[in-house]
Design a protein around this ligand. Structure first.
Ligand SMILES: Cc1cc2nc3c(=O)[nH]c(=O)nc-3n(C[C@H](O)[C@H](O)[C@H](O)COP(=O)(O)OP(=O)(O)OC[C@H]3O[C@@H](n4cnc5c(N)ncnc54)[C@H](O)[C@@H]3O)c2cc1C
Ligand code: FES
Length: 261
């Protein structure tokens, strides 16, 4: 993990409220594992001391990219930044996904909205190709489908309003796929908490392992403030673990949803 000042290479609108930010950050790029994130300080933001976490979407040699949605003060200030300007980045942070071994489980990825960004490196580095189930409220929430297809993955999209792909929730085609049968499959999920809970339930029902990337508010991002904790089962009971250090990725069987905030 390094903290460094990094230069923006590009910061372009992707679709509607989503932007793709590419940074010159060779040390972070080289160290990044799928499912890890960066904590960015956005200088134009008045309260810039508070960083914002973003999953690392792509890491290519010298550069890292994130896909972000403008939802508030930080992301709106970020969207106004231009190539050549500088940010402070800490990364790569957190405990990411386990990349399936060659000849091992077939990965089924489940993503909601910007959760797609957290899954791309996993798909790119997995020797086993699988299926990506992606869902969103409407068509503009379906991100980077082309990137996944380009690396040989099948993508099945759902939208709640039916404006793209199958109408409904992302878990519908997932359940249909699991009902078709097949051996040795593993689920990986990133998206809103309601979706993660549903995926955990489905994994239990079909008795398939699942790794889920939790989305909790963060302050420090490096394990100090305890803002981001979730209750996790342990050998002797349960304890709160930090999603910024022990997570954000956890085995779905270990997350105690009934106690979680
Ligand atoms: C590990 C991790 C990875 C993330 N990866 C991405 C990513 O790849 N792309 C992306 O667009 N966003 C991602 N996020 C969410 C992103 O960090 C928040 O959207 C961002 O911090 C909001 O900052 P803001 O100043 O614009 O919003 P604020 O003004 O702080 O808040 C605006 C609204 O956004 C909500 N919000 C703030 N943080 C979160 C959060 N963590 N989850 C859900 N809602 C939040 C607030 O409750 C509020 O309603 C990730 C979050 C985590 C914890
Ligand atoms: S955000 Fe501070 S401990 Fe996780």
């Amino acid at each position: 993990m390094v903290e460094q000042t990094v230069q923006i290479i590009s910061n372009e609108r992707d679709t509607d409220a989503y932007f793709q930010l590419t940074l010159q950050a060779p040390e972070i790029a080289r160290a990044t594992q799928p499912g890890q994130f960066m904590h960015l300080r956005i200088p134009p933001l008045r309260e810039a001391l508070l960083r914002r976490p973003f999953s690392i979407f792509q890491a290519n040699g010298e550069t890292v990219a994130v896909l972000y949605k403008t939802v508030g003060k930080g992301t709106n200030a970020l969207a106004k930044m231009r190539a050549g300007e500088e940010l402070s980045a800490i990364g790569p942070l957190g405990h990411g996904f386990t990349v399936p071994a060659g000849g091992g489980e077939t990965p089924l990825l489940v993503a909601g909205g910007y959760g797609m960004a957290a899954m791309y490196l996993l798909a790119e580095r997995s020797p086993q190709k699988g299926i990506v189930f992606v869902g969103g409220r409407q068509r503009v929430d379906i991100l980077c489908e082309a990137e996944f297809r380009k690396i040989g993955w099948e993508v099945r999209a759902t939208t709640e309003d039916g404006s793209y792909g199958e109408k409904g929730l992302v878990t519908q085609p997932l359940v249909a796929e699991l009902k078709r049968g097949g051996r040795n499959r593993k689920l990986f999920a990133c998206g809103p908490t309601a979706m993660l809970k549903a995926v955990a339930k489905i994994a239990e029902e079909f008795q398939v392992p699942a790794e889920i990337s939790t989305d909790e508010h963060m302050c420090c991002g490096v394990g100090v403030c305890l803002t981001c904790v979730v209750p996790i089962k342990t050998a002797s009971g349960w304890e709160y673990q930090r999603t910024c250090t022990e997570g954000p990725v956890f085995d779905s069987r270990n997350v105690l949803w009934e106690i979680a905030k």
